[in-house]
Every structure is written in C-alpha cells, then in structure tokens.
Design a protein around this ligand. Structure first.
Ligand SMILES: [Zn+2]
Length: 176
C-alpha cells in the first residue's frame, strides 16, 4: 500500500510519517476549534497585509498615470492655442493620449502589483508564516489547506498556497 504526500504529492509507503522527498510531516496536526479559528485568522491577516502593499502600488501607478495624462493634455492645449491644432484634432489626440496612457499604465500596474506581491510575500509574509507554522508545529500543507478555505477566490495570498497553480514559486516549489 502507498499513500500520497499532501505537500509534494510524492508516493510514499503506507508506514511513512515523514515525506522522504520534501521532508514534510504526513500526519495532520490535531486541531481544536480554537486552533483552527486562530489559523484561519492568521491567514486572513497575512492576506490583508499583502492587499495593503498592493494598494500602495495602485496609488502610485494611478498618480503617475494622472500626471502623464495631464501633462500630455496641457501640451496639446498649448499646441491648440498656438494654432497648430484644430479643435477636432485636439479632441482626437486627447482621446488617443488617454487611451494609450490607460493601456500602458494597466500593463505597468499588473506587472508592478505582481512584483509587489512577490517581494512582500518573500520579505515580510513568508518569514512570519514560517515562524507561525514552526511555532505551532503545523505542517505547511495543513496551513495551506485551512488558508485556501478561509480566503475568498482571487485573494492574493492564495497564489502562494498549495493547491494554487502559482504556488510553485514558494520556497522554489518546495513545501515543508
Ligand atoms: Zn513530500
């Protein structure tokens, strides 16, 4: 008989207590209702911290976008006033500027939030998560299962959890 490691999905003999491939404990920690609640709350707190970091990036991107749009529009209006632009051209150019800046800033925003999530997860969230699970003697995969249930779909912490497609990035794909 074999069983599957909940952390790395390796096949293990039925007698194994620890995964020989990733080193994770196979048996879940017995949790009281309060333990469970505390772990859920910790997962939500970590996610809130990730969201907070993201908000800062969103604000910066939005402010920079607004500055670029305003500067472009002011130069267009200046051109209009020195009679190099007709009113129709002014309107068309303005719409084009707004559209272009929107497309570019949306792309930058996606890239920056992704980077911000990864940086803050790596530098701030993951160390706290690691010390939490080791203090609780909780296997990482068990935390991940509880967090997956506690978090709403699309919550940024989810991409760093087991069971999420993007989760491979954590610990270089290893879950301990
Ligand atoms: Zn394993």
């Amino acid at each position: 008989m074999t069983k599957v490691c909940p952390a790395c999905s390796a096949e293990l003999p039925d007698t194994a207590a620890v995964c020989e491939y990733c080193g994770s404990s196979i048996t879940p920690l017995a949790l009281s209702v309060q333990d469970h609640k505390r772990i859920r709350e910790f997962a939500l707190e970590l996610n809130d911290r990730l969201v907070h970091e993201n908000r800062l990036v969103a604000r910066i991107t939005f402010s920079l976008t607004a500055v670029v749009v305003l500067a472009s529009l002011l130069s267009l209006i200046a051109l209009y006033h020195i009679n190099q632009l007709s009113l129709l051209n002014l309107i068309l150019f303005s719409l084009a500027v707004i559209f272009l800046v929107y497309i570019i800033s949306a792309a930058i925003y996606r890239r920056k939030t992704n980077q911000a999530f990864h940086r803050s997860f790596k530098e701030k969230i993951n160390p706290d998560l690691n010390s939490f699970v080791s203090k609780e003697r909780l296997p990482h995969w068990q935390f991940d299962q509880i967090a997956q249930q506690a978090l709403k779909p699309g919550a940024p912490l989810k991409r760093f959890l087991l069971g999420d497609e993007a989760a491979r990035e954590r610990n270089g794909g290893r879950f301990i």
